[in-house]
Design a protein around this ligand. Structure first.
Ligand SMILES: *Cc1c(COP(=O)(O)O)cnc(C)c1O
Length: 430
């Protein structure tokens, strides 16, 4: 598949080049030139297919022919090494748990898929590739874990000092090997700006091969389609109109939901669940898209003031605002609402949710109120113990830590503090 730049000033690129570059040379995000619907027979037989088969079919057209089918099957198999259960909350609502992977957030799927694609493309290359990534928390751990020990790849992670949870910091600073963690004096948007600047800096791009592992990278973004299919497979016999509520930050995840819909998956509606960083909630109200300063919240993976993937959603809807509004709703909630939702789910439904899933739940409930004939699935994007300091404000009972988290908590952290782009540059070129 070829991918074109959404800025329209760069040549189109193969999947391989799009993965290697991350962003197009004109700074645009890559988008597939064509999206072919999956055949009816696929949806008719979906209950008989394994998750690996579903994922293979969903992603095939985008990576073909650069990754041979047998290799792709293997990559998909390694990517999906954990479960994606749908947990029923009540008659109208379910939770899709995406946190059963190694770093206990949905980003494990994209990171594992991307690392294996890049590993495959890089196997005969003499020069190392540096994966440069800004994280508001979960990307860092998922990418570090996904790329750990992959030959020919170095990973450099930037995270905002004091603004990621303790577990998140442990996950991205304790691996060593080919992983370097940089603690930035600033907020997530500062990290993202430094990464963007590095990609624009010719003294860097002339010397090293760099790519990004944020959801702007097509190999990180597209595999996130998989779990919308998996949820549908588990629910379609019981429910007619299935909507998804997606806790959103950079809007990669929800945009993957729209891609699944483009492939023919009968998604009734998508709901962007926002915290107080609500550019898109406001946009759907006013039709004015106004990037904002990031506001720190309890759901810090969604603290994004200018979501990079929203432009891809605009492209899917050919920039038709009113079309988009028929398929997308968005609601915003405060930290106080978040705590109330954690409490409500725990006490009414015996369900422990993390602060991101809590906002997904609130948005699902709000949408459901006006659309009672739908069944709404909120994505539980991280395990609650990744955000224990917040969850503990509400839930006083002891919460058992999962193995993946216990393991990482005792390890020693290693990071370098930086406060300027110049320092990043020195590190990249050293
Ligand atoms: C990254 C992340 C999000 C936001 O996903 P986007 O694809 O950036 O919209 C939501 N919840 C958690 C737990 C995350 O790690």
């Amino acid at each position: 598949m070829q991918f074109y730049s959404l800025n329209g000033k760069a040549p189109s690129a193969s999947f391989k080049d799009a993965v290697a570059k991350g962003l197009a040379p004109d700074r645009g995000l890559y988008f597939p030139v064509k999206i072919q619907k999956l055949p009816d027979s696929f949806f008719k037989s979906i209950s008989d297919l394994s998750q690996e088969e579903i994922a293979f079919q969903a992603i095939h057209q985008f990576v073909n022919p650069e990754i041979p089918d047998e290799i792709l099957k293997h990559i998909v198999k390694e990517t999906l090494c954990f479960d994606f259960p749908v947990v029923n909350i009540n008659k109208h609502l379910s939770s899709l748990e995406l946190f059963h992977g190694p770093t206990m957030a949905f980003k494990d799927v994209g990171a594992r898929f991307m690392s294996r694609c890049l590993g495959y493309f890089n196997q005969n290359q003499s020069k190392d590739t540096t994966v440069l990534v800004a994280t508001s928390g979960d990307t860092g751990g998922a990418v570090a874990h996904g790329f750990l020990g992959v030959k020919g790849i170095k990973v450099v992670i930037l995270y905002p000092k004091g603004k990621v949870s303790e577990v998140q910091e442990q996950q991205l600073t304790t691996l060593g090997q080919n992983i370097t963690a940089l603690e930035v004096d600033g907020v997530f948007d500062d990290c993202q700006d430094m990464v963007k600047q590095a990609f624009l800096d010719q003294t860097i791009t002339d010397h090293i091969q760099i790519t990004s592992a944020n959801s702007i990278n097509v190999a990180r973004w597209l595999p996130q389609m998989f779990y919308f299919f998996f949820a549908y497979q588990q629910l379609y016999k019981k429910h007619n109109n299935i909507a998804f509520s997606v806790p959103s930050g950079n809007f990669g995840n929800i945009c993957a939901g729209f891609m699944a819909q483009q492939l023919g998956l009968p998604i009734h509606h998508l709901i962007a669940a926002n915290n107080r960083n609500k550019v898109v909630t406001d946009y759907l109200k006013t039709q004015r898209y106004e990037p904002q300063q990031t506001i720190p919240t309890y759901s810090n993976a969604m603290d994004v003031g200018n979501p990079s993937n929203f432009i891809r959603i605009q492209e899917i809807f050919k920039n038709q605002f009113h079309e988009l509004k028929t398929q997308l709703s968005s609601y915003s909630f405060s930290d106080k609402d978040t705590l109330k939702a954690i409490d409500e789910l725990y006490h009414n439904y015996h369900y422990t949710v993390d602060p991101h899933g809590a906002i997904g739940y609130l948005a699902a409930k709000t949408y459901q109120k006006n659309n009672p004939s739908t069944h709404t699935v909120f994505l539980e994007t991280a395990h609650p113990t990744k955000f224990l300091d917040v969850v503990k404000k509400v839930i006083k009972d002891k919460i058992e830590l999962p193995e993946q988290i216990k393991e990482v908590m005792n390890k020693d952290k290693k990071m370098t503090s930086i406060s300027s782009y110049k320092q990043l540059k020195t590190i990249l070129l050293s």
